[in-house]
Design a protein around this ligand. Sequence first.
Ligand code: AMP
Ligand code: MG
Length: 268
Amino acid sequence: MSHGDSLVPPRDHPFRLAAHSADRTPGASKESASIELPRLRLRLNELQDLLYADRRFALLVVLQGIDTAGKDGTIKSVFQEVGPLGCSVASFGVPTEEELAHDYLWRYHLATPGRGKFGIFNRSHYESVLVERVHGLAPAERLKQRYDEINHFEATLAAEGTVIMKFFLHISRDEQRGRLQERVDNPHKRWKFREGDLDERKHWAEYETAFEEMVSRCNTVVAPWHVVPADHKWYRDLAVARALVERLEGLDLRYPEPPAGIQGRVVE
Ligand code: AMP
Ligand code: MG
């Protein structure tokens, strides 16, 4: 089985969340993951080194998911062996006044990784068809056009050497209830609690529709959406790490040819 591809929904019909249960753990057990995930983390670090030496590609990892879906947790877990030299995280919150004065893609484009680097988007340009759609923060006409515009944006990045891997962390409504309750009850998690998260939860159905349309319309070959069952954190991390390692290994990354005349030189 191709682990990475199996998360990518078929492109020939509209994506429906109801057909994807969030608590699936296909092809893994918690025990096997406790051995496989540490290996994948180390491999990811080797691949980052190689990507840096090779210099043909950048890797853009896009993480989306409803509040508490585990975007931060995934980053902490999957990339914990990847050194800070070649990897950066950009987190996107409510746009600033300056960001709002620009086109909606501006702040995301500015944060894309250069060749040789991993760049992780913690939330992303997809917020412009998620929160902005659910709350009507842009004119309806413009919202409709954004899907194609995003596909063009990603196609441009891909043509210029950016490998794009998009992960939608899919949790169930009941799992979110438990995680929000935990933020209320656990003193070490209380700092994460936002009153606004409870208001957003009331829009669950609208977010589901927005996520479905996002996956249906922007699941392109150059920038596929991976739908990750994320009720189980161990499976979520394993699935993301597997997909990334598989994609990077498929790039045939190489160390550059040594400069002429270096072979056999002796350093005095
Ligand atoms: P957090 O990820 O918990 O730090 O929260 C970031 C907040 O920023 C979330 O409530 C998002 O909905 C919000 N946000 C992110 N991007 C946008 C955007 N383009 N427009 C409005 N709100 C946004
Ligand atoms: Mg939050």
